[in-house]
Design a protein around this ligand. Structure first.
Ligand code: BG6
Length: 482
């Protein structure tokens, strides 16, 4: 591992994302020894004029409230590493000051000759990415003669459609090379998402089954049991497809559907993701159901006539040898009846069935990303007893039971560590992003133009009934109650 001085700069330090995700992730990395105090310094940067202590108090309040197990001494030690610089996102002054602060810290920590690493985390709205990147490039790059690097971490939304995303990519691309840019999709940091490659390619079970001959359909589902909660203004501009499906669910889709990479090298993996994205056929209107929960427009920041979907089911179809004819049903919704993210791989019925198994349901392999990470296989077994009858049962791997006492890291924790370690495997490459937008842009434009309208659904329901009908029509057989 590289050593030397490491400066982590959180831009947008007074915002929600920084408070809820970035600083807690840094704190947990610190507690596990990944951010040694003799090497690391953390800078918060934002427009708000507050003191170092004010920022520290905000973070402290959140860290202590968040996981009650965090000892307050650890929090205090961690906060000693945090410094605040205030400035605007487009003025030379602020960034020159920031650079000075970073350089001072680098000198103080570099008693021996060491390289300097600078990690800029943009916890900011994308509208300021180009100017912030310009400022970093101009004023804040690592200048150490002894090597090191400068990297930028950016958060979605990366644009609103293909053209705006490409524009953003080229603006940032003029300033930084691809290996310096880390586009975060936090779903790629989830334990069971990271497990997908292992599952698929390290298990003989799955190799021969993972194709159109055996799999009837695949569902990738995201449900939340709460609405937009104060984020209505942001959400209304984007909608559920841009907020969840085009990024989080599509990344999961790639890992479920892609071919085996040549190796585990990030570029090999990302090559395969791009290929499968490029094999997706245009989405058909009749394979889309949109919904909007009742009460969504009561949020004062949401326009009264908003056409923005808070729910969507979209069927993707892949034109290749492995998947021709297999629907991938991507479904996401807010204010539904439960909070869950899962992948359900449903197998075809057994040909020439002599047990009437289909009455009980199909073989299904379920990977639950959250809550309570688990994977289980639904299979038919003999009902124990004297009679020869069958029943559906499960081979169940629940992480809580199997890995008792093992802490599953937070997605952001893992991903920030990857950025320090220079591992881009779990980050979105520019061409991958482009391919993802190519899939959804025509549909998004139709929605934005009001050509497709969401169906109202009740809060706390399963979403519009049309969505269940669409999944059923695509071949999904419901074998579970939720
Ligand atoms: C974010 C979305 O990217 O993911 C939010 O903007 C959503 O709307 C969140 O609530 C869900 O993340 P998780 O990890 O809680 O499933």
């Amino acid at each position: 591992a590289e050593t030397g001085c490491l400066s982590i700069i959180v831009l947008g330090a007074s915002g929600d994302l920084a408070k809820k995700k970035t600083f807690p992730a840094l704190f947990h990395l610190y507690c596990q020894g990944f951010l040694p105090p003799n090497e690391v310094h953390i800078f918060g940067y934002a427009r708000t004029k507050i003191s170092d202590d004010e920022l520290r108090n905000r973070i402290r309040g959140y860290l202590l409230g968040e996981r009650s197990s965090s000892p307050s001494e650890d929090v205090s030690e961690f906060l000693k590493l945090v410094k605040y610089v205030s400035g605007s996102y487009d003025s030379a002054e602020g960034f020159q000051l920031l650079d000075k602060e970073i350089a001072m810290h680098e000198i103080s920590k570099s008693s021996q000759e060491v390289s300097c690493r600078r990690l800029f985390y943009l916890a900011l709205p994308p509208s300021v990415y180009p100017s912030v990147c310009r400022m970093i490039r101009k004023y804040c790059m690592n200048k150490s003669d002894l090597g090191g690097w400068t990297r930028v971490v950016v958060e979605k939304p990366f644009g609103k459609d293909l053209d705006s995303a490409e524009l953003l990519s080229s603006q940032i691309g003029e300033l930084f090379d691809e290996p310096q840019i880390y586009r975060i999709d936090h779903y790629l940091g989830k334990e069971l998402v990271q497990n997908l490659l292992v599952l698929r390619f390290a298990n003989r079970f799955f190799l021969p089954l993972w194709n159109r001959d055996n799999i009837d359909n695949v569902q990738i589902v995201f449900r939340e049991d709460f609405g937009t909660e104060g984020r209505g203004g942001y959400f209304d501009e984007y909608g559920i497809i841009r907020d969840i499906i085009q990024n989080h669910l599509l990344q999961v889709f790639c890992l479920v559907a892609m071919e085996k990479p040549v190796s585990l090298k990030p570029e090999h993996i990302r090559d395969e993701k791009v290929k499968v994205l490029q094999s997706v056929l245009p989405i058909k209107d009749e394979e889309v159901v949109l919904g909007q929960y009742e009460g969504y427009r009561d949020d004062p920041t949401v326009p009264d006539q908003s056409n923005t979907p808070t729910f969507a089911t979209v069927i993707l179809r892949i034109h290749n040898e492995r998947w021709e004819g297999v629907p991938f049903i991507l479904k996401a919704g807010k204010a539904l009846n439960s909070r869950k993210a899962e992948i359900r791989v449903q197998f075809k019925d057994v040909p020439g069935d002599i047990f009437k198994c289909e009455k009980q349901g199909r073989n299904e392999f379920v990977i639950r990303l959250q809550p309570s990470e688990a994977m289980y296989m639904k299979l038919t077994v003999k009902q124990p007893g004297l009679e020869m009858s069958t029943v559906q049962s499960e081979l169940d791997l629940s992480y809580k039971q199997r890995y008792q006492g093992v802490m599953i890291p937070e997605a952001y924790e893992r991903l920030i560590l990857d950025t320090i370690r220079c591992d881009q495997q779990h980050f979105v490459r520019r061409d991958e992003l482009k391919a993802a937008w190519e899939i959804f842009t025509p549909l998004l434009h139709r929605i934005d133009n009001g050509e497709m309208k969401p169906t109202p659904y009740q809060q706390g329901s399963r979403g519009p009934t049309e969505a269940d009908e669409l999944s059923a029509k695509a071949g999904y057989v419901q074998t579970h109650g939720y």
